[in-house]
Design a protein around this ligand. Structure first.
Ligand code: AMP
Length: 423
């Protein structure tokens, strides 16, 4: 019986990997010119880390983490996101000693046991940044504009940046009570999930997708009215900087985001072009997190974006027809095969040329068909006739021009442009 992959976890095929690598390179470059350095943390961390960072009451920790007890009795988890590991590493390796503001970026897989659907997998890739050390709104503006500009630069359609401020932990507490007070009149209209949240984490009800609850929430008091003067000023300055950078945004006072650790600025970027799972990227400030994890009280802000959704938005999940190889060697007969291995080796390892040959001992015709299919620029033909005369034929596929060259020096025709030697 065959064994298939795990639901919600997908293979990436070669043509997809080509596209992914291209986009990953652009993202790497983009972050590097902004002065962010890449960090690669382990796939697995202590479960405790995510419990403390993301919160016991969140769906991610409550029901979506892949966790198990390892042989030493520790509970460990596949990382469901990369902020917690990045901050753990920042603290563990005293990165604050190196720079006043530490700027990190990452690209790597994350795991959540969600219900799989279009745009939602159980293994997905996230890229993102963490800027740790600055409390100032210019840092918020840099991070938000970076998140936005990647999509804009890549040409993602129908982009929508939404921002909000949820204030400090105290403000969130104060507002939670105001919200609870308001929702108490509607408690019987709330779903079981929201009733549970009402008791444990009422702000999360603002994230509800249910139409009925949305209409209740619409009339709820706004969190903006609970912000103190400092928090209001910070939020206004973030907006001013975004205006200056020509980053278009709308304010949505219900955007609290799923994770508990956010303080002050929160934001999300969506695209109308990728279906119901329209969130491309989410982020915000987390001013208490470093301290909460045993570090100094250092403010920070970051974002995380999903690679699969980005690829979907770019409509890049198709075959890359531009792929080309330089040379295909057509060899028929034992002697020809021996010679083709040697030529292949020289072309690849001495000249760095992309060469393929047939390994299924197919007919001459079938090998020529393979060369065509692989878009080979040149074909080297080693037939029995040629081998007897110790020559090979070099054929330029676009023109059909061909000429013979001695076997022992045939590679030299590829050291320079071989077309010069075409006859
Ligand atoms: P979050 O860590 O939940 O704020 O998610 C940040 C981004 O990661 C989202 O905006 C999505 O683009 C992506 N993402 C989160 N969960 C998934 C998932 N299950 N499948 C695919 N992408 C996801």
């Amino acid at each position: 019986m065959k064994v298939n992959s795990i639901k919600g976890m997908h293979d990436l095929f070669s043509y997809q990997v080509q596209n992914w690598k291209q986009i990953e390179n652009l993202i790497h470059n983009f972050f590097e010119i902004h002065g962010y350095n890449e960090i690669r943390t382990p796939m697995v961390e202590k479960a405790e880390l995510f419990k403390r960072v993301i919160g016991d009451e969140t769906d991610i920790v409550n029901k979506e983490m892949y966790s198990w007890e390892d042989q030493s009795g520790d509970w460990i988890s596949l990382r469901p996101e990369l902020t917690a590991p990045s901050v753990r590493s920042y603290i563990e390796h005293n990165m604050d000693k190196l720079n006043k503001v530490t700027k990190l970026f990452y690209i790597g897989p994350a795991f959540r046991r969600e219900r799989p659907q279009k745009g939602r997998q159980r293994q997905f890739y996230q890229y993102g940044v963490e800027a740790i050390g600055s409390e100032y709104p210019e840092q918020d503006a840099e991070v938000i504009s970076m998140a936005y500009n990647i999509f804009d630069m890549l040409g993602v359609d129908d982009l929508k940046l939404v921002i909000n401020s949820v204030g400090s932990t105290e403000t969130k507490k104060k507002y939670s009570n105001i919200l609870k007070n308001y929702l108490s009149d509607y408690i019987h209209d709330l779903s079981d999930v929201s009733k549970h949240r009402y008791a444990n984490n009422p702000l999360r009800i603002l994230d509800s997708k249910s139409e009925n609850e949305q209409s209740i929430i619409k009339e709820a008091p706004s969190i903006i009215d609970s912000l103190n003067d400092f928090e209001k000023k910070h939020f206004n300055q973030v907006q001013r900087f975004l205006d200056k950078l020509n980053i278009p945004y709308t304010i949505d006072n219900q955007l609290v985001r799923g994770l508990d650790y956010y303080t002050l600025t929160t934001f999300e970027i969506r695209s109308g072009s990728i279906g119901s799972q329209d969130a491309l990227c989410g982020g915000g400030r987390y001013n208490n997190l470093v301290e909460q994890l045993g570090g100094k009280p250092v403010p920070a802000i970051g974002f995380a974006a999903g690679m699969e959704r980005l690829m979907m938005a770019l409509d890049l999940d198709n075959e890359n027809k531009d792929l080309k190889i330089d040379v295909f060697i057509v060899a028929v007969g034992d002697d020809a095969i021996t010679n083709s291995l040697k030529i292949c080796d020289t072309l690849r390892n001495q000249l760095g040329i992309k060469v393929m040959m047939d390994f299924s001992r197919s007919s001459f015709k079938s090998q020529m068909r393979q060369a065509n299919k692989l878009n080979a620029e040149y074909v080297i033909i080693l037939g029995e006739e040629e081998i007897k005369r110790k020559v090979g034929t070099i054929k330029t596929m676009s023109t059909g021009n061909q000429f013979e060259a001695p076997l022992d020096t045939i590679h030299k025709h590829f050291d320079v442009e071989p077309s010069k030697d075409d006859q």
